[in-house]
Design a protein around this ligand. Sequence first.
Ligand code: FMN
Length: 167
Amino acid sequence: MEPIGIFYGSTYGMTEKSAENIKKAFGRTKVDVYNLATATIEDMKKYRNLIFGTSAWGIGEMQDDWEKFIDHLSEMDFSERKLALFGLGDQKEYPESFVDGLGTLYCRLPDKSSVVGAWPIEGYDFYFSLANKEGEFVGLVLDDHHQKELSAGRIKRWVTQLKKEFI
Ligand SMILES: Cc1cc2nc3c(=O)[nH]c(=O)nc-3n(C[C@H](O)[C@H](O)[C@H](O)COP(=O)(O)O)c2cc1C
């Protein structure tokens, strides 16, 4: 498989930790992890397999670094790439905007045709999520506040799926 670039925005380090765990789950595949706070669009252009991660901040908000970076995505050509998304949230405290950051990130992508890695909504308890599109999440959903014990298994399963869907 071609190398993978993971780009994450993380305020308290929870999404960062998940990005590192996703990298580990890929085993011997080359995976580079970038914090969006310091990454550039040129870093991103080096990869044909991309993973974007964000936490959720209030109704519909992505993590701050994504808010600052998102407009640069229009400089990327996604047609020859595959892109997978993951999001962190808290389903007990924010059941009406669960992982909305992930949903907003998906909505604001300039080209959604390259997105892979959809994830089932079963196994979570929430009322509403912008990341729920037609009964599926647009990417992997992790809640390390209330379902931390499930995260390793979810990551493993998602990575197995991506190994089939990536270039
Ligand atoms: C002020 C505040 C607002 C939040 N809003 C949401 C939200 O709307 N939906 C959600 O699922 N989680 C929400 N969260 C939970 C964070 O997304 C969650 O703690 C996440 O794991 C943080 O990851 P990070 O440290 O990588 O930024 C919020 C947390 C805080 C402190």
